[in-house]
Design a protein around this ligand. Sequence first.
Ligand code: RIB
Length: 310
Amino acid sequence: MKNNRIVVVGSSNTDMVIRCPNMPRPGETVLGGEFLMNHGGKGANQAVAAAKLGGNVTFIAKIGDDIFGAETLEMLRRTGIDTSHVSVSSDLPSGVALINVDAKGENSISVASGSNAALSGKDIDNAMEVISTADVMIAQLETPVETVAYAAEMAKRHGVTVVLNPAPAPLSPLPDALLRNVDIIIPNKTEAEAISGISITDGDSERKAIEAISAKGVGTTIITLGSKGALLCTGGDFIMVPTMKVKTVDTTAAGDTFCGAFCVALTEGKGLVDAVRFGNKAAAISVTRNGAQQSAPTREEVDDVWEARN
Ligand code: RIB
């Protein structure tokens, strides 16, 4: 352990959310929705989830020179996140996500990446001091994959635990050069299918997908399985870690909350199974309320559940 720091390399967006009775199909207009505008972006969601749980978080990101960027920066600072490596693009707008959430709490998301797409190797070089002294670095795929691969290479070189949340699901194979520097990968079912090339239909195919991912050189894989919990594979052992039953309101950012909480648990020295349980609990609480970052629980909330259920 170095300084318990979690470095998050990733995106921030402003989420424009409409709650609707059902997901619009192509060509369909659905009425009846409630509109919400929230802070989002997979990277920022993970950074905020970790900070709310007591993590010492530095966020490496790029925002636009606009009102969305300014409000994002202000929110990150208010949450206690080190923003000294959040830089501003002079020519690209801040990221925006359009999100539909249906009556079951399921979502569909489209993202205009804007400044997130300009996060570069130079930004990683500028942050080398914080990366090299961190305990854990986590990244997602809403910023360029070359930047993520470079950050992973640098972090690994300095003995930092590298976590990859490969979201959104990659459209082309992830570079081997990235995967060989990843210690722990946390895909959901869709992302695991995209990376492994195996369609997941049951427990057997879940394991086969994990084996295919392990064969690419990643030591530990955790597939998040929503209301079922998460399947952990480490050192060739498979461990299913169930989660709590809750009333789902909105699943947006549940995976991000899991990732942020998991990283906090790692920096606190918890073992992998306990870190997954901690992530499961944080994510379960988050789906009981609306939005991305505002749905992430506080430490007290997770500890209360932790006490009650263990
Ligand atoms: O994972 C949820 C996030 O995905 C949303 O906050 C949205 O901004 C997109 O990045």
